[in-house]
Design a binder for this molecule. Structure first.
Ligand code: 3HC
Length: 302
């Protein structure tokens, strides 16, 4: 088998999922000069994702940070589809759909029906096993994790994750691809949580436990970490920003893998998840965002 993507370079990029992460990845890919095709399951989701990219690029032009010609060029390289067959000509496909193992496996089977045999298949999963995802495909040696961070256009890091089956050529190509997007990649082994979430998630869960134990208020814990450590956001603001449903699912997967208390979801996080208080995207999480300024939500005060 020849390594198509490696020998002739990556030219065409597929992104599966037009949500927060998917549309961010599509944006940086199109901005970096790649023909980029975005696959979604339903038209409204596709439209919303494409509109989000256009809005961000328009804002960058308005701020004088981007030439309108560059915006037009990027938008011209970006297209959307509802058919997995349209990813057939891609040299790399990055899957960024919901953190559901079965949904991802079904999608890979669909994509692989028309995907070039030596194209790289990458997942943006933040917590599922790259080994398990890779094993469900016909190309475990060309399967990698490419974990971007939210907001994708701003955050410089990409974790490049290889399983025991990933070939050196696929890992190297994925690493170079991340560099070509203007990102700073790091390599890591397939352990649940990779590098960042392995360290970040216990920290966020400990902040919730500290609040539950009455050590400080939500706002004081946030302020303490912001001002005391120079973090851009305190742990509760960050949880609301990442999404408490995402954080909860990640903790479930990490606890299942490590069986250690530090990865277990504290009761308050589980209650917020069950109540549909998922943070910024639902208007309420630890904070209530529906007013002019975020205030601590009544739900967590009771
Ligand atoms: N999407 C795109 N761009 C955004 C954005 C968004 N959601 N939010 C802010 N930006 C851009 C702004 O347009 C601005 O760009 P400019 O400098 O070109 O004008 C720049 O970011 C700075 O924005 P602001 O001045 O409005 O705000 P801040 O300086 O407070 O920065 C932030 C916002 C970049 C989000 C910063 O607060 C931050 O770095 N927060 C921490 C984010 C973080 O930790 N992310 C990782 C989460 S963990 C994760 O993703 C892993 C997952 O698996 C759980």
């Amino acid at each position: 088998m020849t390594n198509n993507a490696d020998s002739r370079g990556i030219k065409r990029v597929g992104v599966a999922g037009a949500g927060l992460m998917g549309n961010g990845i599509a944006q940086v890919s199109a901005m970096a000069g790649y023909e980029t095709v975005v696959l979604e399951a339903r038209e409204p989701f596709l439209q919303r994702g494409m509109a989000a990219v256009e809005k961000r690029l328009d804002r960058a032009v308005d701020k004088g940070k981007l030439d309108s010609a560059d915006r037009d060029g990027a938008l011209g390289r970006l297209s959307g589809t509802l058919s997995a067959a349209d990813l057939g000509g891609c040299d790399i496909v990055i899957e960024a759909i919901t953190e559901n193992l079965d949904a991802k496996k079904t999608l890979y089977a669909d994509i692989e029906k028309s995907l070039l045999p030596d194209a790289i298949l990458a997942s943006n999963t933040s917590s599922l096993s790259i080994t398990e995802l890779a094993a469900s495909t016909s190309r475990p040696e060309r399967f990698v994790g490419l974990h971007f961070f939210n907001p994708v256009p701003v955050m410089a890091l990409v974790e490049v994750v290889r399983s025991g089956a990933t070939s050196d050529s696929a890992a190297d190509a994925a690493f170079s691809f991340a560099v070509s997007l203007g990102k700073k990649p790091v390599s890591c082994r397939d352990n649940t949580g990779f590098i960042v979430n392995r360290l970040l998630v216990p920290y966020m869960l400990d902040a919730i436990r500290a609040y539950e134990e009455g050590i400080g208020s939500i706002t004081d814990i946030d302020l303490a970490l912001k001002l005391g450590c120079g973090y851009p956001m305190g742990p509760f603001t960050l949880g609301d920003f990442v999404g408490l449903d995402t954080l909860y699912h990640v903790t479930e997967i990490m606890f299942d893998e490590y069986r250690e208390k530090r990865y277990a979801s504290p009761p308050l996080l589980r209650r917020l998840f069950l109540a549909g208080r998922h943070g910024r995207k639902t208007g309420i999480g630890f904070y209530d965002y529906r007013g002019e300024k975020p205030v601590v939500s009544d739900f967590v005060k009771r």
